[in-house]
Design a binder for this molecule. Sequence first.
Ligand code: PHE
Length: 358
Amino acid sequence: MDTLDTLRNELLEAVQSAPDADTLEAVRVTALGKKGRITDLMKTLGHMTPEERRSFGQAINAVKDEVAALLESRKAAFAEAALEARLTSEQVDITLPVRPETSGTLHPISQTWDEVVAIFGQMGFSVAEGPDIEDDFHNFTALNFPPGHPAREMHDTFFLSEQEDGTRNLLRTHTSPVQIRTMLAQKPPIRVIIPGRTYRCDSDMTHTPMFHQIEGLVIDKAVHMGHLKGCLKEFVEAYFELPDVPVRFRPSFFPFTEPSAEVDIGCSRKGGELKIGEGNDWLEILGCGMVHPNVLKACGLDPEEYQGFAFGMGLERIAMLKYGIPDLRTFFESDARWLKHYGFAPHDVPSLTGGLTR
Ligand code: PHE
């Protein structure tokens, strides 16, 4: 029994102190292999009496089980450590750097469009829109430019090809045709603001073939020029965010308004620097007038019952004046650097209460 006890301690010690899985396997072979020490001992059982065999056999089996259990647990520990080591060394980086934050900017035209709509929205106007491709009736005839009228020449019109009935559509030369569309579609009182693209066959420093206008139309009973002047003065001050801007009406001509005027705002040009709202120079910003009786009639309205006013201005022009953009053509060059410089934060929606620009 002494030898079995010594063998047990020796083997457990060897299992316990094996430094790695290979040594452990060697220990296993020495102990439990075909020619292992415990196996050898088993073989001696054959020479014993049945009583000896039973008690010694049990003792050997107990040692065998004990050694086998320890082997098993150490083997598992080595396997786990090996797995752990692999997991650390072979780790795959599944993370990705965050995408760079690229926030676009709002084009100055969109910004100006939103600002003008916000201002007139506050005064009770609603937005009306119309098609870019117009017919002669809406763009000219109904606006009191009869066929052959010389004022048509002032609009360098892009005509589309002739249709079967001999007429030609055109790219609208102003937003005024939407005046007609609005008056034909709804009964007064009318208060609409009409932003949109317009086209003229013209291209130089101060003209692009496509540009934007914003038009206003008010039709009601007893509307007069005082309303027009008050409305525009209010607009100019809100838009330029100045408490007081001198406004001057200069007689002019448009076929669809009578009387017609061009509106100038007070400014100074000292040292080549334009300052709006001060000084004694004038700067033209828009055209306007009282809606011509012929226009009202073309829309089925009785000029004895209804009157109104209309005005129209170039969005690029007022954007250039407010934001100091020197060259009109840059608006449509789509230069990302220009857009970054002159663009606006897309989530700052202009409002009179929250601020037009931030
Ligand atoms: N439609 C005119 C233009 O493009 C502007 C305008 C609009 C003038 C409304 C008076 C009234 O020149």
